[in-house]
Design a binder for this molecule. Sequence first.
Ligand SMILES: Cc1ncc(COP(=O)(O)O)c(C=O)c1O
Length: 379
Amino acid sequence: MKFHTKNVHFSKKKEDTIHSKVTPIYQTSAFSFKSLQELEAYYEGEGNYLYSRVGNPNTDELGRAVASLEGAEAGVATSSGLSAVLVSILAVAKTGDHVIANDDLYGGTFQLIAKELKEVGIESSFVSFANRETIVEAIKPNTKVIYSESVTNPFLRVEDLEQIVDVAKEYKLVSMIDNTFATPFLCKPLETGIDLVIHSATKYIGGHSDVTAGVVVGSQDLITKVNQKLGNLGANLSPFESWLACRGLKTLSIRMEKQSSNAAKVAEGLVKLTGVKKVFYPSNLSSKGNGAMVTIELDEHQYNIEQFITSLSWIKLVPTLAGVETTVSYPIATSHRALDKETLDALGITRGLIRISIGIEDEQDILDTFTEAISESKN
Ligand SMILES: Cc1ncc(COP(=O)(O)O)c(C=O)c1O
């Protein structure tokens, strides 16, 4: 099946006596057994479900659906994108091990690895992944994981996945890529040889800003380990949120087509506007489009950023992305808030930096609104 077909046909066909078109919500914390024999069969691997923390038809459906779109053997759904990162790393690294990660990761992932994992004895190094030597120099005898994002935030740099796979193979590391911004519609890291792919399904997988969820996909072997951590740590997703994410997922391909095409046109228009110092928009992500995120930098001395945000009329300021509506976020005050001035300067996160998540509206309306807001906010 091609992507658009696969995208809407992940529900199983005719498996119940009541043939609902859409998978129902199994809003139950546990599953009952007719006999002790049936309970025993579950533990022998013959029965399906026991307890929703360790498995539920709706969470399974979400894991399977994303696995199918990413071309993976298996997948699991988690309570959030961040818990997906956590259980993935803990499935591979333990106290005394070391993780090497790209230095321009999503701020929450940076905090998780640099602070929380450090407190349980997992060390980490954050280096630029721009060239191979820098990565290799940071590898230690106890390094177990190499971690990055297929498209980085907020500068939208497209990661060199082949380089990561190459280093991972040579130094026997497990490679992990957060594919949240690109989605499997535009990028399939497993095809390049990446071991685990992670999503904040809160973003494009769900697509409607109404669910917080995560997904991890990869080989059956690795996903079994991730699933064990997930069950033991209680990082499971609820049946209802899994169901919502699956409902949203069905329109991923058409949303990504429209949002990417809108983003390309809006980025082109923004480049021409006076007052926009820089526009960050990838050009080399995929032949199907380059994603729906655009980051701009306004001259903070000539433009009043506060005024710019309030002049955006129907475009909301939100600390998230990927919904069907165009929104903006302000990295220095949200995703990168915890970073010190020196790190912010090194990364180039300034007061004029605005990250735009382009929606499915008419592209001219989006561009006109930015044009007006920029002109209204000139000092
Ligand atoms: C790239 C990326 N990865 C992971 C996360 C964390 O996801 P969640 O908020 O679903 O825990 C985010 C959240 O913004 C993100 O942007």
